[in-house]
Design a protein. Structure first.
Length: 684
């Protein structure tokens, strides 16, 4: 039998560690899986390498290039995922549990690659516009920009998701141009190390963009400064201690915590065993108790049920939990594995004892609990345990004590307001589920729940067809919660990237703001030339390239013809009497006619570099256009996004054009952005 390997830290571009120190044991049979290394880490070197090498290497690329690296990295990990699956079962995870961790982690890389490609510009400056005029003559304006912070992101992770936990933080910080130092929880760090080795071997990571710490953090936090960021996932108690670390406080280092919380699921009033929602509730609670053996920061700890349905829910959950086969995940038919470690097993047992002082066991170890597999007696198995709050008890413990395992408590409520009050007693949670098919119940309950929860999941027969479930954070939506849940935010699409960028207000002339943001700002200087902007290749276009069109006078025939083509016979366009009594006092042209007429003024119709118009943004009809008014358009290159080359299409980029349509008095009548695909100059 091979000796358990010694894990290594990735520090300053090299793998560190040869001498074995602390052993990590298989959650299944207690056998040693790996050891931490005894060599001390020079955290000063690690931080310096991240700032001096990793940061500049990342910022030498732009958002688009970093997004492309994330996509390639996600593909690489998926190609080698079986190497991770082969290790993951030692953490106690079944194949389904590991799928969430391993392929969910890769999927998060893909998601942030998409965020970068579709929502972020070329370059390393994000313009949070629009620019706002700060003076009366148009010469002074202000706006906001987001830029890379220039520091290092330290990600301290929990034991329950060794791969996803790192990648869901790494992806947005990497996209933001911030090098990372990842510190996984020791108990399952052997899986994180395997994932980081694959990432390192891919050749896709710039030097210093990701470092890995196996073991303790030593004086790492003492070496951070104001441009750095710390994120933490784990217990609320540890989060509270780290938050007040003297050096973090001294330098105002941003600290984002996502802590374990007493999440709940509420069964709506009126739901009976005859309704589909009743079965959905039971399935959701049982799944959250047994997935990852209940070791999820989002797991349902409190099942809040109408009092008249308590007995029925308890019986249905008993029947479902009795079918759950516990044991070695490699054994056929096993649906729930062990806890991550014997230490975790002892911790859950201790907390269950506290809960049992106020609640009775409805289902637990006494109901035929017998894990399957060889050597499981030395494993960290724990029986799925359902409790019910004891009649007459205040129930304080169930709202304060979390058993981080397959343990949940049924609690009865009297009415909806009582249910919301019970949910709020968790003092802030990551997620709450409301199971109901009644929109009025949802409208009443969800706003109240939102004050205490980072996410609210409404489950009914309609959403169940596609629902990803109570306990699944998604890259597109915020993950985090108030109060006990840490008060932080992770994920949430581009929001997560912005957490790792510095927001700064910039003031100056429109021309200066355009130069800084890399985006045309109205009022800035423009360049007009003999070549129509639509005749220019993407490479040759410059921000501020502009065309002022010829003029067109709107006639009654235009309105009549557009009405016939569009079928839009709204009275403001055709009823002279009704239009005179309107606020405009006259018939006006269709807004979409103005849009179409403006396109006719600025479009260059011949074949050329502009491939397609695929959208309009920020469209506003500012002032009505009447019969006899004369319109004119100005088309200006506002923003360019250089897209990475793809094998299945010619080289191209995205150009956003600012369009201003004015009348004969120079007044703005319509305003919008046009998005176009523009070809790059063909290679010689």
């Amino acid at each position: 039998m091979n000796a358990a390997p010694t894990l290594q830290s990735l520090i300053a571009g090299r793998w560190l560690g040869d001498r074995a120190a602390v052993a990590m044991h298989s959650a299944i049979n207690g056998a040693p899986v790996a050891h931490t290394h005894a060599e001390a880490i020079d955290f000063g070197e690690a931080v310096d390498f991240a700032r001096r090498v990793g940061g500049p290497a990342l910022r030498a690329m732009d958002f688009q290039e970093r997004a492309a690296r994330l996509k390639a990295l996600g593909a690489y990990l998926l190609q080698h995922k079986e190497k991770l699956y082969a290790i993951s079962h030692h953490t106690g995870a079944t194949r389904a549990d590991s799928w969430v961790d391993i392929e969910g982690g890769s999927g998060t890389l893909y998601a942030y690659a998409s965020v970068g490609a579709n929502e972020l510009p070329s370059g390393n400056v994000v313009h949070e516009g629009p620019a706002l005029p700060l003076g009366k003559q148009g010469g002074f304006a202000g706006t906001h920009i987001l830029v890379p912070r220039g520091g290092v992101a330290v990600h301290i992770n929990a034991f329950n998701f060794p791969v996803w936990g790192l990648l869901e933080k790494f992806a947005p910080s990497f996209l933001a141009g911030m090098p990372c130092i990842g510190k996984p929880a020791t108990a399952t760090s052997y899986l994180t190390e395997a994932a980081v080795r694959l990432m390192h071997e891919s050749g896709l990571l710039p030097a210093g963009s990701l470092q890995l710490v196996i073991g303790g953090t030593g004086d790492l936090l003492d070496r951070l400064a104001g441009q750095d960021v710390v994120t933490f996932t784990g217990s609320a108690d540890t989060a509270a201690k780290l938050r007040v670390h003297p050096n973090l406080v001294r330098h105002s280092v941003p600290f984002n915590a996502e802590a374990d919380s007493l999440n709940c699921a509420i069964l709506g009033p009126g739901v009976t065993p005859d309704n589909p929602e009743f079965d959905l509730f039971v399935k959701e609670v049982a799944r959250e108790m047994t997935a990852k053996a209940g070791q999820k920061c989002t797991a349902i700890r409190r099942a809040i049920v109408p009092r008249q349905q308590l007995a029925a829910v308890a019986e249905a959950l008993r029947a479902r939990l009795a079918k759950v086969v516990v044991g070695d995940p490699s054994v056929e038919g096993v649906r729930m594995g062990p806890l991550a470690s014997r230490a975790q097993q002892a911790d859950v047992a201790e907390r269950l004892a506290l809960l049992s002082q106020e609640a009775d066991v409805v289902f637990g170890a006494g109901d035929g609990f017998a894990p399957r597999g060889d050597g499981v007696a030395e494993g960290a198995f724990f029986a799925p345990t359902l409790l019910m709050g004891r009649a007459g008890s205040d129930g304080s413990a169930v709202h304060d004590v979390e058993a981080f395992g397959p343990v949940s408590t049924l609690i009865g409520y009297d009415d909806l307001d009582h249910a919301v009050t019970l949910a709020a007693r968790g003092k802030g949670s990551l997620v709450a589920s409301l199971v109901t098919h009644d929109p009025k119940v949802a409208a009443h309950v969800v706003p109240a729940l939102a004050a205490w929860h980072g996410r609210v999941h409404i489950l009914d027969r309609t959403s169940a067809v596609e629902s990803t479930g109570h306990g699944s954070p998604l890259p597109q939506l915020k993950h985090g919660g108030p109060g006990r849940a840490g008060g932080g935010e992770e994920l949430g699409g581009v929001r997560a990237v912005k957490h790792f960028l510095q927001r700064t207000a910039v003031q100056g002339s429109p021309t200066m703001l355009a130069a800084v943001t890399g985006e045309y700002v109205r009022g800035a200087a423009v360049q007009e030339g003999d070549v129509h902007p639509f005749r220019k290749w993407f490479d040759d276009l410059a921000i501020g390239d502009s065309l002022l069109t010829h003029r067109r006078t709107v006639s009654e025939a235009d309105i009549v013809n557009f009405g016939g083509v569009s079928g839009d016979y709204f009275y403001m366009h055709f009823d002279e009497i009704a239009a005179k009594t309107s606020p405009f006092g006259k018939r006006i042209a269709h807004g979409y006619f103005v849009l179409s007429a403006a396109a006719g003024l600025f479009v260059s119709p011949a074949q050329g570099p502009v491939l397609a118009n695929y959208g309009l943004d920020t469209l506003r009809f500012v002032k009505p256009v009447g019969i006899g008014d004369t319109i004119q358009a100005r088309l200006t290159c506002k923003r360019k996004i250089d897209k990475p080359a793809r094998k299945d299409q010619p080289a191209q980029g995205v150009v956003a054009w600012d369009v201003q349509v004015t009348n004969q008095d120079g007044e703005l009548v319509a305003s919008y952005d046009i998005l176009t695909l523009v070809l790059k100059r063909p290679a010689a």
